[in-house]
Design a protein around this ligand. Structure first.
Ligand code: ATP
Length: 367
């Protein structure tokens, strides 16, 4: 069983640089876990500690029930795929893919069979006699994947494997790695700064910031129920819109008052939001939860706000509208048929059942 478990794992680099801080993470057997976060959040260091390429400052790491803190990388039964492919330039594709197996004195016939199988899966059979310089970036990354597959490791570790590829190739390789996971049924831990990769590939994703895991959950839960403002803003494209404002209580109703616009908080959220009456709070709303009023037949009047349309950005299948309340700018994602006039006022509707509220001081999710 190839589960991976990190218990209170920390890494402090010389100069007292705290790169990873008390990380607890359980990756299940055959799970595809994505570590995602902005540059410098400690995701590569976490992966390198699992791989055995970096010492652990505190905590414990287990791979398949074995305590591996002091186990050398070569004995951990893992294979790592890097961003820069790390292929040997003077070796052919076959030699690159078989190198690790030759070091382990695997019989020649078995090497040929394993390389051929992996090359088949990845569609690189016709390149086996070429050198890496005779391949495109995407083909090289496939060879790097092939080199990992032939080892038949318990766990695959990927460190931003697609960042050197162009946008189209990235999308293609993303699907291929996904399919590979289904086919190989192996545990994968995948590091990326790209939230789209995280959302589309992971069974679960762990969102990191400043060396600390902020939330671990399946992609939809992270998207719909972010634990705090950081996760809410990091996951999703365009990013969630945020506005600060005050909670106003009037009789048995509560409103979010942004200064220029005011919307009614739905009854379901009342118990959580009422204690904030008179206080500042942050409202978060995703761009797909703001509609042009023209296309809403029964808009509740208390959820309609008047804004100025500053920019109209057509993307073919949809349109991004950059709207201004007079205090905050935010984005609405509307249908391609919607063509409001730029620099004119328009009415939009907030889907108040979908909004999020965050505590202004702690930035934790209230509801
Ligand atoms: P990126 O996406 O940019 O690779 P990351 O999330 O993978 O970022 P890490 O590479 O894990 O981040 O780095 C985490 C922190 O530790 C950063 O502040 C980085 O500067 C620091 N760091 C990483 N390696 C070392 C090192 N060898 N010595 C000192 N500090 C380091």
């Amino acid at each position: 069983m190839a589960q991976v478990s990190l218990r209170d794992v920390g890494k402090i680099f010389p100069g007292n640089i705290k790169a990873v801080d008390g990380v607890n993470l359980g990756v299940e057997n055959k799970e595809f876990m994505v570590l995602v976060g902005p540059s410098g959040c400690g995701k590569s260091t976490t992966l390198r500690m699992i791989a055995g390429l970096e010492d652990i400052s505190s905590g414990d790491i287990y791979i398949g029930n074995k305590h591996v803190n002091d186990m050398p990388a070569k004995d951990r039964d893992i294979a790592m795929v890097f961003q820069n492919y790390a292929l040997y330039p003077h070796m052919t594709v076959f030699e690159n893919m078989s190198f690790g197996l030759r070091l382990r004195h695997i019989p020649k016939a078995e090497i040929t069979q394993r390389v051929s199988e992996a090359a088949d899966i990845l569609g690189i059979k016709r390149f086996l006699n070429r050198k890496p310089r005779e391949l495109s970036g995407g083909e090289r990354q496939r060879v790097a994947l092939g080199r990992a597959i032939v080892r038949k490791p318990m766990v695959f570790l990927f460190d931003e494997p697609l960042s050197n590829l162009d946008a189209k190739m990235r999308v293609q390789m993303r699907t291929e790695i996904h399919k590979l996971h289904i086919r190989l049924q192996t545990t994968i831990i995948y590091v990326t700064h790209d939230q789209v990769e995280a959302m589309t590939m992971g069974d679960r994703i762990a969102v990191m910031k400043d060396g600390i895991i902020q939330q671990v959950a399946d992609p939809i839960t992270v998207y719909d129920k972010p634990k705090n403002k950081f996760v809410a803003g990091f996951i999703g494209s365009p990013s969630m819109n945020f506005m600060s404002g005050t909670i106003i209580k009037k009789e048995n109703r509560i409103y979010f008052d942004e200064g220029k616009i005011r919307v009614k908080v739905v009854d379901d959220m009342y118990p959580r939001i009422a204690p904030y009456a008179g206080k500042e709070i942050i409202l978060g709303i995703r761009s797909e939860d703001v509609y042009d009023k023209l296309f809403v037949s029964l808009a509740p009047p208390e959820n309609i706000v008047r804004v100025n349309c500053e920019v109209y950005e057509p993307l073919g299948s949809e349109v991004y509208l950059y709207l201004n309340t007079g205090k905050h700018t935010f984005i609405a994602r509307v249908g391609a048929h919607d063509k409001p006039k730029v620099n004119q006022d328009m009415d939009v509707v907030f889907d108040m059942s979908k909004v999020h509220f965050f505590d202004k001081a702690t930035e934790e999710t209230i509801v």
